[in-house]
Ligand binder design. Structure first.
Ligand code: ATP
Ligand code: MG
Length: 355
């Protein structure tokens, strides 16, 4: 029997609430299929831990996580802890050390949902976001010479290896999943050093993959096209900052943050990949039991796909869609009055019926 070791970091706010439902679904799947099981271990590295220990995780935290096949991550964020602490001391060290250089975000209008755009078009594309360099680096500084001579510099780093590997992933993913087009998000008309370099390398990779269409848009125009004609995209390839912005926009057009999953992927599998809902800890609704768990359950499904079980990913997605189509058990953010646990139960029961 194959055993998958999963590290679970539930985090803060609604993180533990939605993660509990995702684990519930994973356990139900394992009960249905005797060829494998999950061994999960919970880690309480969250804001509470920080307030007690003065750090987000123990010194050997990364060493501990390295042993796992994958990580399921809730959300971190607490009004008592400044945002940069959790980002720079927990999330980014995991992403960087485990070389999760791909952030993978499906933008798919599930059956049973209406797009906020109020248009009846199928929306089904993925955003492949560079996750380790680009605009988000520690390089830079601020200078304060009295009131009149203040300035700040923030450097952006793009390496041939970094750009090539994300571009190759976008094309490999497109080919393996029957996608026909890669759209490059750029701003090389203004960012003359980095984005021109990005374009050149992306287009080298495009030239090696002529069976898949290629197009390039400036990020400002592309953001508008997400709203005007989202049905025309297939795989959208973007740098760290552009991908970050596009993926919030993407989640907004298909029903909101409660439905947006993501994976931070180390494609060669030397280190664990990490799966998490796009949303944060949502302190405003934490503790009320009304958070939508679908984003996190779908993230767990992406984890199954990454572990080589695309069949199980598809099964979970089908169960989610059937629950949405029935419209009986929905959380308030999508017009229902069910609880987080009700939705987790409904999806688990569906799985059993269709699986
Ligand atoms: P953080 O500081 O951790 O990023 P946040 O206050 O920015 O938290 P988000 O989780 O990013 O909150 O989401 C913004 C708002 O969207 C929340 O305040 C909440 O009302 C809503 N929201 C987010 N996730 C969900 C969810 N799973 N179900 C229902 N509503 C959600
Ligand atoms: Mg937030």
């Amino acid at each position: 029997m194959r055993e998958y070791k999963i590290a679970v970091l539930p985090g803060d706010g609604i993180g533990p609430e939605v993660t509990r439902e995702a684990v519930k679904v994973l356990e139900r799947i394992a009960e249905m299929d005797s060829s494998f099981r999950f061994k999960t271990k919970n880690f309480n590295w969250n804001s509470e831990y920080y307030l007690e220990h003065g750090k987000m995780m123990p010194e050997d935290g990364l060493e501990q996580l390295k042993e796992f096949d994958a990580i399921l991550f809730g959300a971190i964020g607490d009004p008592r802890v400044p945002d940069p602490v959790s980002i720079w001391e927990l999330i980014l060290p995991i992403r960087k050390n485990f070389q999760q250089f791909i952030n993978f975000r499906p933008v798919k209008l599930l059956q049973g949902l209406e797009s906020t755009l109020k248009k009846e078009v199928p929306i089904d594309f993925v955003i492949v976001r560079e996750n380790s360099e680009g605009e988000y680096t520690e390089s830079g500084g601020a200078m304060f010479h009295g009131e009149t001579r203040e300035m700040a510099l923030q450097n952006m780093v793009m390496t041939r290896q970094g750009v090539e590997q994300i571009a190759r992933f976008a094309y490999d993913y497109a080919r393996a999943n029957g996608r026909e087009k890669v759209t490059n998000a750029t701003k090389s008309n203004v960012m003359l050093h980095t984005m021109t370099f990005w374009d050149r390398l992306v287009e080298e990779v495009a030239a090696e993959n002529k069976d898949i269409d290629y197009e390039r848009y400036y990020i400002d125009a592309l953001a508008a096209y997400f709203v005007q004609r989202p049905e025309t995209f297939d795989v959208v390839l973007a740098s760290n900052l552009f991908g970050d912005i596009l993926s919030d926009l993407g989640s907004a057009i298909v029903g909101g943050l409660g439905l947006a999953p993501s994976g931070n992927i180390n494609p060669l599998g030397e280190f664990p990949s990490m799966f998490e809902a796009v949303h944060g800890s949502a302190p405003d609704i934490a503790g009320k039991g009304i958070a939508n768990p679908i984003a996190q359950i779908w993230s767990a499904a992406l984890m199954l796909e990454h572990l080589g079980r695309k069949d199980l990913h598809d099964l979970v997605l089908q169960a989610i869609e059937e629950v949405l189509v029935e419209k009986k058990v929905l959380t308030p953010d999508i017009g229902g009055n069910a609880t987080t646990a009700d939705v987790g139960d409904a999806i688990s029961d569906k799985l059993e019926r269709i699986g």
